[in-house]
Design a binder for this molecule. Structure first.
Ligand code: T46
Length: 139
């Protein structure tokens, strides 16, 4: 199954312009407990480089673009987030990296849990070990 799970948001645009409305458990497949956004990222900066033990998120670039790399410990895929009407669902135990932010990029992220630093796995070797043992456990 693809690691890249894109969600098309319905656009409620009319002759005045566009509008996207996002509701928990409807457009977004979880209860939204937290919203944050990443902006004014300096040129050449990379972000992310971690995974979460138990967190679902939907990321959308509401302006500009960035390249998201997803990795489940055995496979890597990447996708450009470059549309205000397309969200990327990032589930548990996916290593994510964000590259090539455009100057105007504003990335909005909707999260299923409150902020919890203990949910982060910030070392790739630890992530890989946990991901491998989970995948073996599922076989
Ligand atoms: C993710 C990607 C897409 C908070 O205090 N509260 C928050 O809700 C968040 C998200 C961050 N922080 C603090 C923790 C750090 O001191 O803000 C600082 C920067 O966070 P971090 O280095 O984790 O940021 P990114 O851009 O590498 O990653 C963020 C999210 O943390 C992460 O969950 O999936 O965006």
């Amino acid at each position: 199954m693809s690691l890249v799970k894109l969600i098309d948001f319905p656009s409620l645009g009319d002759e005045r312009g566009s509008l996207v409305a996002l509701e928990s458990n409807k457009d977004i497949p979880f209860d939204i407990k937290r919203v944050y956004y990443i902006f004014c990222t300096h040129q050449g900066v990379v972000r992310g480089f971690h995974a979460h033990k138990k967190l679902q998120q939907v990321a959308v670039c509401i302006t500009g673009k960035c390249r998201m790399v997803l990795d489940n410990g055995t496979r890597k895929e990447e996708v450009w987030l470059d549309s205000a009407s397309k969200g990327l669902l990032i589930e548990d135990m996916i290593w994510r990296e964000m590259h090539d932010f455009s100057n105007d990029c504003v990335m909005l992220v909707l999260a299923s849990e409150h902020y919890d630093e203990s949910d982060y796995i910030r070392e790739y070797s630890s992530f890989k070990n946990i991901a491998m043992s989970l995948q073996i456990g599922m076989k």
